[in-house]
Design a protein around this ligand. Sequence first.
Ligand code: ADP
Ligand code: MG
Length: 275
Amino acid sequence: MSPILSIEQLAITLRGDLRVVDDVSLEVPEGEIVGIAGESGSGKSMTASALLGLLPDRSVTAGQAWWRGGREPVDLLTLDQRSWNRVRGREIAMVFQDATASLHPMLTVGTQITEHMRVHLKMSRRAARARAIELLDRVRIPDPEGALRSYPHQFSGGMRQRVAIAAALACEPRLLVADEPTTALDVTVQAGILRLLEELRIESGLSVLFITHDLAVLAALTTHAYVFREGRVIESGPTEALLFHPEHDYTKTLVAARPQADDWDDPEPVAGATA
Ligand SMILES: Nc1ncnc2c1ncn2[C@@H]1O[C@H](COP(=O)(O)OP(=O)(O)O)[C@@H](O)[C@H]1O
Ligand SMILES: [Mg+2]
């Protein structure tokens, strides 16, 4: 079966001729969690932005990004605004490192989650509300009904990221692009989010492109991974093989530099705790 997403030789040049992605090819098979690792500035976020049509103004791309999660295959690099309205948030959703970037500070959580559904899925207010409660429960937010009336700042970082994930999942996207969604969180909270993504993958067949600079997270979550450096994929393969038998010197350095902490695997605190 063709992968749900295949990026072929993506290059991105920003205004002023700054080449930030040089040569990236990668695939996300349906229902799998694929990882991207690499140092800061290696083009991970730019690649993710290209997949959602969120590159800075006047960026120029080369290559293709074939999306097969819709009615017919489309090259995401060539979509017009109308097509984006269909794809972004609906077929492909994104969560960012900082949940405050995904959520609007002035709108209640309920409005943010239900708005997507009312616009995209044309759901009634009542149906959207019921689904929002279900989603918040799904991401283990205690008291989902109370949460609907709350504003993002009323949640802790971990809970806010869960809310952002719930909002991202509102329209049942086929692919979730997660750009370092757990980097700002402590290890226990992070473990809970990783578990959630794995559950969603198993239960709903969600495909995930997960960006991280944390190799422990990569190992825990992904089956296949790509290592970025200076805008290029320098190594890729099954995650285990990649981490235990890296071939490229750069990947060896990354693996050697990985903190020897297994503590990200700690059990999650009970719901309602500070997570
Ligand atoms: N809006 C921007 N304008 C100019 N350069 C940018 C912008 N955003 C990112 N860059 C540059 O693009 C390169 C890749 O950035 P990015 O994709 O964010 O890296 P990563 O996510 O891997 O840390 C970096 O050199 C960064 O400085
Ligand atoms: Mg980034």
